[in-house]
Design a protein around this ligand. Structure first.
Ligand code: FRU
Length: 488
């Protein structure tokens, strides 16, 4: 009965608060019905719809009392809120229902696997299951299904979370993040069933030492002939090659999976997002075979205090199609976005040698492609794209041909906080050409550079009255710009 009460209370609260919580929201980036949101959870296709669950505190715009919020969509861009799926209402999860995954079962039901937090100092993190019809879920009476008893010696349940669950040859498998005795992240593999016991199978991958401390929120899937392991290392140090930044990173390891031996052999590491606001993504496979990824558009080090006036907090990044080309991770906005293109302004083959702007190339709901070329070798030192410009504010995308770098800089975007506002990465400018695709959705900015080889995501704190765009060449540039307005 206690179970019913907490879940009903959360559902009623969310339904009532939803009206108050409308406010100004992005159009294509998912935001929670009310309260706080962090990681995407249980991203899957079930009964012909995309299901997105998420870490939710329905009662406040700060983290705490973690439930699973829930929404569905048929195109990954327009979401319908559903009642909160699970609440922290049992002994095993009374401290929160942390992140996890979902898998449709052969009998037609949907299984959610999540981390139940119980106890304090240290908190105990164990893996639990709930099964349902896609709206209502019942937790297994014998939760947790994976706890201290299933862990190999030397591991503890203090940092043991975020199961990614899937079916392999009729058996349920899950990959769980764990911190080992030396304080380093590992991904452990378990197998089991709904009714039966769960068993530790192998360590899929362990932090060799240079990938932070704990790893969070694993995902594990095949991608264009590779096996991909997605991890989110905490407390990473920056690397001099500008690949990894300090703090939480998201890394995709590409390698090989020996399913019989349950071994994963990583071969390559790819940075998933070079921006300031992206973490803990999950993926799903669309019915037409695409691998689509959705991440939380935020940064644990800067979330506090970023959400004063609203009744909701948290954005998901734009869903991205991901693939591997020449051993590199390639990302692009889901093609479903094209259905929302409304009105196109194309400015082709323009020579640009100062600051220019163009009629129709503007807006805060826009999908803009920019191709920049040097007119002659060495004749273009730098090229800037200024977006969300107006009232003395703007966000800048700076392509330095001289340095071979790309910078996304929101320091003039209107933020009044002393936090990181700028990130620079290396970019191959040797061909004297750069292409950018910039998606603006009010306060969300995503830059896909070089055909999607590098992506930078950031939230900007800029009033929507700042609608302009400008382009500035230091030298002489040939540009091609196509600006599509986005409309619901
Ligand atoms: C990642 C994370 C997960 C955890 C969840 C708690 O952002 O720390 O490891 O399950 O958030 O809300």
């Amino acid at each position: 009965m206690k179970e019913q009460t907490l879940l009903r209370k959360a559902r009623d609260h969310a339904a009532n608060a939803a009206d108050r919580a409308k406010g100004e929201r992005p159009c294509f980036h998912f935001t929670p019905q009310t309260g706080w949101m962090n990681d995407p959870n249980g991203l899957c296709v079930y009964r012909g719809e995309y299901h997105l669950f998420y870490q939710s505190n329905p009662y406040r715009t700060t983290w705490g009392t973690i439930h699973w919020g829930h929404a569905v969509s048929t195109d990954l861009l327009t979401w319908r809120h559903l009642p909160i799926a699970i609440a922290p209402d049992t002994e095993a999860d009374k401290g929160g229902c942390f992140s996890g995954g979902a898998v449709p079962l052969p009998d037609g039901r949907l299984l959610l696997m999540y981390t139940g937090v119980s106890g304090t100092n240290p908190p105990e993190q164990t893996q639990c299951i709930a099964v349902g019809d896609g709206v209502d879920f019942e937790k297994l009476a014998h939760n947790p299904v994976i706890g201290a008893a299933q862990l190999p010696e030397g591991y503890s349940t203090a940092d043991f979370r975020d199961p990614k669950v899937w079916l392999e040859g009729g058996e349920l498998m899950c990959a769980v993040a764990c911190k080992n005795g030396s304080g380093r992240g590992e991904i452990l593999l378990f197998s089991g069933s709904l009714e039966g016991e769960w068993t530790y199978r192998s360590t899929l991958c362990a932090n060799p030492g240079d990938l932070g401390s704990m790893w969070e929120c694993p995902d594990f899937f095949s991608l264009d002939g590779w096996q991909a392991l997605l991890i989110n290392p905490q407390e990473m140090r920056a690397t001099a090659d500008m690949q990894f930044h300090p703090g939480n990173n998201t890394v995709m390891m590409l390698g090989e999976y020996d399913a019989a031996a349950h071994r994963f052999e990583p071969k390559k590491r790819c940075v998933v997002d070079y921006g300031l606001d992206y973490y803990a993504p999950q993926t799903l496979k669309t019915p037409d075979g695409r691998r689509v990824m959705i991440g939380w558009m935020a940064n644990w080090d800067t979330v506090d205090g970023a959400h004063a006036a609203s009744h909701w907090y948290g954005h998901m990044g734009l869903p991205r199609e991901i693939s591997v080309r020449d051993g590199r991770l390639i990302q692009s906005p889901v093609r479903e976005l094209e259905a929302y293109w409304a009105g196109e302004t194309a400015v082709r083959r323009t020579v640009c040698s100062e600051t220019v702007s163009f009629d129709g190339v503007c807006g805060r709901l826009a999908d803009v492609s920019v191709r920049v070329r040097e007119r002659e070798a060495g004749g273009l030192k730098r090229f800037d794209v200024q977006i969300a410009k107006g009232g003395g504010l703007c966000t800048q995308i700076i392509c330095s041909f001289e340095e071979g770098t790309l910078t996304l800089d929101r320091s003039l975007s209107g933020s009044a906080r002393d936090i990181l506002h700028r990130r620079t990465i290396r970019l191959d400018t040797a061909r004297g050409e750069i292409d950018l695709r910039i998606v603006l959705d009010k306060e969300c900015v995503e830059v896909f550079a070089c055909g999607g080889e590098a992506v930078l995501s950031m939230l900007i704190d800029t009033p929507l009255s700042a609608q302009d765009m400008a382009f500035r060449a230091y030298g002489t540039a040939e540009t091609e710009i196509v600006c599509r307005q986005l409309k619901r």
